[in-house]
Ligand binder design. Structure first.
Ligand SMILES: [Zn+2]
Ligand SMILES: [Zn+2]
Length: 316
């Protein structure tokens, strides 16, 4: 297999089989699934979208890719919802924020964690190039630990989970509807987790975030993963346990002085082979776990905004 970096493999996956077509998004349909009165999930291509709607206006959680905006707006209209008033990005990746410019121009107020705005302003170069976002596509309101929205008969908690999939992840929790959108802190099947070390991610943070969501939910909670079908709390527990198990095995092997090649030969992901064949293989995930554990331990107390000196691993 080609030794694609995770991010490059990810990009290829997103481009998908339609790579050769003039419009690679031409075949994408946006499918809505009603989760509760006033709450729905939209599946299309890229990250799953959450929608909250009602008399106080429509809130969108993530917006996939720019060519899909009109179709997403159509699906929102089909729900009987008004045009988007608030847009929240779970993190800065382009498969979750690609529609920001369109929705910003249409009048949506965009919100996200501080580091999302910083990374979108800077863009990224290197193994995968993301151009800086135009101002109209940037979050206008940013937060440090989180923010709450009081509308449509619910309290919508937006909670920052630091240094997990990236350093700007947020989880969205509808308190009354008992629904959680986890962004890419949760890949529900199909692949091993993608952790963007270049964007300040760390596998330890993914375990922490999953545990925090497990603690604040119950057996009736509906969970929207960043990718994959709807999930239950039991699915999230299994996911957290898988990640923690692999992390534990790699950590123990590192403590025994084993090299990365020796650890790869241990095949610590064998129990989860159903996730192989996705855009992050078991071997790539072990490399990511090893790199994460090679970083200094972070107990979750630092909350500085991103800087290249602090997260000095951009060229890994
Ligand atoms: Zn994603
Ligand atoms: Zn992502």
């Amino acid at each position: 297999m080609n030794r694609l970096t995770p991010f490059a493999a990810f990009a290829l996956l997103l481009a998908g089989p339609a790579l050769a077509q003039d419009n690679p998004m031409a075949d994408v349909e946006i499918r809505a699934e009603q989760l509760a009165p006033g709450v729905a999930v939209l599946f299309g291509r890229g990250g799953n979208i959450g929608v909250s709607y009602g008399e106080d206006g429509t809130v969108l959680i993530d917006d996939q890719f720019a060519p899909l905006t009109a179709r997403i707006q159509g699906a929102i209209g089909d729900l009987g919802a008004d045009p988007v008033r608030f847009l929240i990005n779970t993190h800065w990746h382009f498969d979750h924020s690609g529609g920001n410019e369109n929705f910003g121009e249409a009048g949506a107020l965009i919100m996200a964690h501080d580091n999302v705005r910083i990374r979108m302003t800077q863009g990224s170069e290197g193994r995968f190039t993301v151009p800086p976002a135009p101002p109209v596509g940037l979050p206008v309101i940013t937060y440090h630990d989180g923010i709450k929205l009081h509308l449509n008969g619910d309290t919508v908690h937006v909670v920052h989970m630091h240094d997990g999939h990236t350093d700007g992840d947020s989880v969205i929790w509808w308190e009354n509807a008992n629904i959680v959108h986890m962004g890419d802190l949760f890949f529900n099947g199909g692949s091993f987790p993608f952790i963007d070390l270049e964007s300040g991610g760390n596998v330890r943070g993914v375990v922490r975030a999953a545990t925090r969501v497990i603690d604040m939910t119950n057996d009736r909670t509906q969970i929207i993963p960043g990718h994959g079908p709807m999930a239950s709390r039991a699915d999230l527990i299994a996911y957290r346990d898988m990640v923690a198990n692999i992390v534990g095995q790699v950590e123990a092997a590192m403590a025994d002085g084993r090299s990365l090649d020796e650890i790869k030969a241990m095949n610590v992901t064998a129990d989860y082979a159903d996730r192989d064949g996705g855009f992050i293989s078991g071997e790539q995930f072990v490399e990511t776990v090893h790199a994460s554990l090679s970083q200094p331990e972070d107990e979750g107390h630092h909350h500085d905004e991103v800087s290249h000196s602090e997260h000095g691993n951009d060229e890994h």
